[in-house]
Ligand binder design. Structure first.
Ligand code: FAD
Length: 406
């Protein structure tokens, strides 16, 4: 580096799944990385404890695995060791508990159930082990002045702190503050759409096998679905032999279930075989005690503001979870972004005018490539809600699966 060049600093807002993977990619390419995360360090015992019973699992597919592999580290191997492969979906068809296995892929490709928190911790561990990464926890982005390269945060003790970065990345999720700050400086098309469906998580504990050892209550190598046309229950396996179930249904249906009796008759009517497996008491306490989440699609275009900032992951394209691709697509953003930066020979340096040469062109290229793919996958995710809760039960669909021998 000549005396007229300086090492470039990239600021990443959001140390979730996508932000922490991106920190690793940038650090590996020689950038100085500052990662700012709103929450406290999730790896501290006190925060681990408060997450107990709340961890949700995610389906990790080849799209996401490829991005993990791209680090050249052992991330893929490590996380797959702690995952459960789901080779097919198991459709719980009728009231009597009839099940039908439908393979995901004729060539045997499959998806993997992983623990979200474990994956995030692994990525944070790897990022923080790199000498050129600094992580700031309990830092909430409150303002950004992209033209002057500054970002302002509120810390947990109420202090305002301002940092200077040469390039700012918003990986701060569906309600991204980075994105709203970018929208003040540029003409970004933006669309946000809620669906009328909410979700609630329920836990299905392990059962004992004939030798008294813990085992899964259902076939573990499947993503289980109870499709009921306008609503559905799904269950994904965890390595500890439990399943995390998610009930998706219109908010009005959640509202209509006000008493334990109403809940039990709703479950007997629609998911009778699951009651024994979840347990009546656990079902009642999870249903009435766990939060109800809402589901939003976010589309934005373009994803960058000149050479100053870019949004990735849910900040750029939140999608409904029915295609199991939100995180996978965010991981792929990271892989594609770095392929494009590499293609444009972007160096982690600023010149004497404080400019990262070629970065604006590279980011424009990224937006051109990525926006249409992100929009397409948001639409596919929405379509897959129809497929999962309804189409998999249709006569035509079942007949096709029978012909395929699935
Ligand atoms: P997030 O995970 O939202 O992380 C954003 C981070 O930014 C957080 O750590 C947050 O604390 C931080 N932050 C927010 N605001 C600020 C601020 N102002 N300042 C600093 N930091 C900030 N995807 C899949 O691929 N497979 C699945 O099976 C799957 N299942 C899902 C099931 C459900 C029920 C839901 C709701 C989603 C599912 N998803 C799935 C989607 C997946 O959860 C998201 O796509 C993924 O979490 C996006 O990661 P992210 O890092 O972009 O955003």
């Amino acid at each position: 580096m000549s005396s007229e060049q300086n090492q470039a600093v990239v600021g990443i807002v959001g140390g979730g799944l996508v932000g922490s993977l991106n920190a690793i990619y940038f650090a590996q390419r020689g950038w100085k990385v500052e990662l700012y995360e709103l929450r406290p360090d999730m790896r501290l015992p006190i925060h681990r404890e408060s997450r107990r019973g709340k961890s949700i699992n995610l389906a990790l597919s080849e799209r996401g695995l490829s991005a993990l592999r791209g680090t050249g580290l052992n991330l893929e191997k490590t996380i797959l060791k702690a995952s459960v492969p789901m080779k097919a979906r198991m459709v719980h068809i009728g009231k009597n508990g009839t099940q039908m296995s439908q393979a995901y892929d004729v060539n045997g490709q499959y998806i993997n159930a992983v623990d979200r928190a474990k994956l995030n911790e692994l990525l944070l561990d790897e990022a923080q082990s790199l000498a050129n990464v600094t992580v700031y926890f309990e830092h909430r982005l409150i303002a950004a002045d992209f033209d002057n390269n500054t970002v302002e945060f509120m810390t947990s003790n109420g202090e305002k702190k301002t940092y200077r970065n040469d390039f700012i990345i918003g990986a701060d999720g569906a309600y991204s503050k980075t994105r709203t700050q970018m929208m003040r400086s540029m003409r970004m098309d933006y669309n946000q759409e809620y669906i009328d469906t909410g979700y609630c998580e329920l836990s299905m504990p392990p059962v004992k096998d004939l030798d008294g050892k813990p085992t899964f209550a259902l076939d573990p190598n499947h993503l289980h679905i109870w499709p009921r046309h306008t609503f559905m229950l799904i269950a994904l396996p965890n390595p500890d032999f439990s399943f995390t179930c998610t009930l998706f249904m219109p908010f009005q249906m959640f509202e209509n279930i006000k008493t334990e009796d109403q809940l039990m008759s709703f479950f007997s009517e629609n998911f009778n075989d699951s009651i024994r497996l979840i347990g009546e008491d656990a079902l009642k306490s999870d249903f009435f005690g766990n939060p109800r989440g809402s589901l939003v699609t976010v589309k934005a275009s373009p994803h960058n503001y000149k050479d100053k900032s870019i949004i990735i992951g849910d900040a750029a394209h939140a999608m409904v979870p029915f295609y199991g691709q939100g995180m996978n697509c965010g991981f792929q953003d990271v892989e594609v972004l770095h392929q494009i930066l590499d293609k444009h020979h972007i160096k982690p340096q600023t010149n004497k005018d404080g400019v990262i040469v070629g970065l604006e062109k590279a980011l424009d290229d990224y937006s051109k490539t990525r926006v249409k793919d992100a929009h397409a996958i948001c639409d596919l995710a929405m379509y897959n809600y129809y497929e999962m809760r309804h189409a998999v039960t249709s006569f035509k669909f079942l007949a096709r699966k029978k012909l395929e021998g699935a």
